[in-house]
Design a protein around this ligand. Structure first.
Ligand code: BTN
Length: 262
């Protein structure tokens, strides 16, 4: 179990001033939302040992057995110009940085917000937004990292698709150390985002991208398109080159990467 003072001593600008630890919950997203509705301040971090009903993007379930790091962070950026589409990118980047720092694994980011190692998913990010009565717009960023999880425990659907820090290294990891690295990295990247310093984020993200410049299949409002991903921007646009001079650009929230063709 992660201790309530697990984030003590970190130099944090905005996040992590309050940490709520739980044993078993349905989803840390719901815990964060109910504390947000009670007026919790920006930067609240919720972490649970197990989630019974962990949620992933696009209403998919997120397997959350013991051994993973299941966490949600409350964000209240507070100005309407805030580039919300960049939040999943910031979350994926911070996850990759934390995984690399604590394990030495070469962690990549797969558009829009997966974190992959050797082509297999090791972490995911889910960003939810709500307008809370009397409080205004809030975001909850959920970050799930498969730390010491046996890939077999993630269910048959993820066989060969998902991996974990322990499966990739043959070692076990202290979840508190991974949480501290994650919150510190996220705090820095989020602070950069609020300061409008998006170039650094974009460059760091693109350097780690497993998607840019690669052939892929993209599910779009125009159907599934096959081509090469030639552009990704922090404000949520993805550009695919279909060949024969045909280039299409879509908003990320309208698309899904069906497959990266290796
Ligand atoms: C995805 O890749 O589909 C996003 C997965 C996000 C999972 C995390 S685990 C902590 C938080 N609580 C949830 O129920 N989901 C997010």
């Amino acid at each position: 179990m992660i201790a309530p003072d697990a984030l003590a001593g970190l130099e944090l600008a905005r996040l992590g001033r309050r940490l709520e630890t739980r044993d078993e919950v349905d989803s840390t997203m719901e815990v964060a939302w109910s504390l947000a509705a009670e007026g919790a301040a920006e930067g609240l971090v919720v972490v649970a040992r197990v989630q019974r009903a962990g949620r992933g993007r696009q209403r998919r379930p997120w397997a959350s057995p013991p051994g993973g790091l299941w966490t949600s962070v409350l964000l209240a950026p507070g100005h309407p110009e805030f580039p919300a589409p960049a939040l999943p990118i910031v979350g994926g980047l911070a996850s990759a940085e934390a995984i690399e720092e604590t394990s030495g694994l070469a962690a990549q980011v797969r558009w829009p917000n997966d974190c992959v190692v050797a082509g297999r998913k090791l972490a995911g990010v889910l960003v939810e937004s709500r307008n809370l009565p009397g409080l205004g717009q809030r975001f909850v960023m959920g970050l799930g990292i498969d730390v010491d999880v046996a890939p077999d425990d993630l269910g048959p659907d993820l066989a060969g698709i998902a991996t974990s820090m322990s499966a990739e290294t043959g070692r076990t990891f202290d979840r508190t150390t991974v949480l501290r690295a994650l919150v510190l990295r996220l705090d820095r990247r989020y602070d950069e985002l609020l300061a409008g310093a998006t170039t650094g984020i974009e460059v760091a993200w693109l350097r780690r991208s497993s998607t840019l410049g690669r052939p892929a299949e993209l599910k779009t409002p125009e159907g599934v398109l096959s081509g090469r991903i030639v552009g990704i921007t922090i404000d949520g646009l993805i550009t695919i080159d279909l060949g024969a001079g045909r280039i299409r650009r879509f908003r990320g929230e309208h698309c899904t990467l069906v497959k990266e063709i290796r």
